[in-house]
Design a binder for this molecule. Structure first.
Ligand code: CAA
Length: 264
């Protein structure tokens, strides 16, 4: 039993729908999963626990059919002052999700707007319902994206498209997000979570140390030059030769049998 699943939360639900898979469901349906401080705090607690849990290999993050998340909670932040948000570095804690070392798949249905779109972009893979709606509408509220939108969106879909979307605040469709490479795969709304869980299960079956190294190489590589990134990859590659999983994976290939990874 997982540590995270033993804990009960008010705004999220953590379940284990398949071996080595955790499913984290945002659960503030009446507010379209608007991301209030309490929800983000619970999400960070759950992610930390799941990252430590040896029985979890990959995590799926989802909302409900109407909304993945409709953004930061506007009612909660509308009266905040500059002094308050600056002093407490408002929204910094949202990025804790990017410190999780296990793969996170966002399964997006309905609205993924503002902070909801940014949360999806902090995941490692995005699967979306073909009816999902993305957007960074902050400009219409007199602000700009504050949880990485101006940085991640251009990296994912290109500068000109991101500039147009962020400056106008227009929503974009799942098909657009898919054709621009932001979304890995599209599914009917009824299937997107099960498909994400199935992929997470597949990831959970291969060697956990190699999975961790691959995620680290891709994500840290984005912050490095090509030469540095390739060298970093090679060092991680070398390191994996010290793992039992590498010995098992290659022995199983040579012996024409299925590998039994122990994630060590
Ligand atoms: N914050 C707080 N409450 C929200 C919310 C949000 N982001 N989004 C929706 N809600 C609430 C609504 O106020 C409403 O509550 P009540 O029933 O108490 O009135 C409830 O959720 C249902 O919403 P709607 O009645 O508006 O539903 P709809 O189907 O008519 O419209 C919507 C759906 C188009 C998504 C609309 O709710 C909307 O535009 N939401 C705001 C989207 C937005 O601007 N997000 C960006 C937030 S800023 C941000 O995220 C900053 C950042 O970068 C971190």
């Amino acid at each position: 039993m997982s540590t995270a699943s033993e804990q009960s939360y008010e705004h999220i639900i953590v379940t284990h729908p398949a071996p080595r898979v955790a499913l984290v469901t945002l659960n503030r349906p009446k507010a379209l999963n608007a991301l209030c401080n309490a929800l983000i705090a619970e999400l960070n607690t759950a992610f930390k626990a799941l990252d430590r849990d040896d029985n979890v290999g990959a995590i799926v993050l989802t909302g409900n059919e109407k909304a993945f998340a409709a953004g930061a909670d506007i009612k909660e932040m509308k009266d905040k002052t500059f002094a308050e948000v600056y002093k407490h570095d408002f929204i910094r804690s949202w990025s804790e999700m990017t410190q999780v070392t296990k793969p996170i798949i966002a399964a997006v249905r309905g609205y993924a707007l503002g902070g909801g779109c940014e949360l999806a972009m902090m995941a490692d893979i995005i699967y979306a319902a073909d009816t999902a709606t993305f957007g960074q509408p902050e400009i219409k509220l007199g602000i700009i994206p504050g949880a990485g939108g101006t940085q991640r969106l251009p990296r994912l879909i290109g500068r000109s498209r991101a500039m147009e979307l962020i400056l106008t605040g227009r929503n974009f469709s799942a098909q657009e997000a898919y054709s621009w490479g932001m979304v890995a795969r599209l599914f009917p709304s009824t299937r997107v979570v099960e498909e994400a869980v199935s992929t997470a299960e597949q990831i959970g079956k291969v060697g956990g140390l190699a999975v961790k190294a691959a995620k680290e190489a891709i994500n840290l590589g984005e912050e490095m030059g090509l030469g540095e990134g390739v060298k970093f990859e090679r060092r991680l590659f070398h390191g994996l030769f010290s793992t039992a999983d590498q010995k098992e994976g290659m022995a199983a290939f040579a012996e024409k049998r299925k590998a039994q990874f122990k994630h060590e």
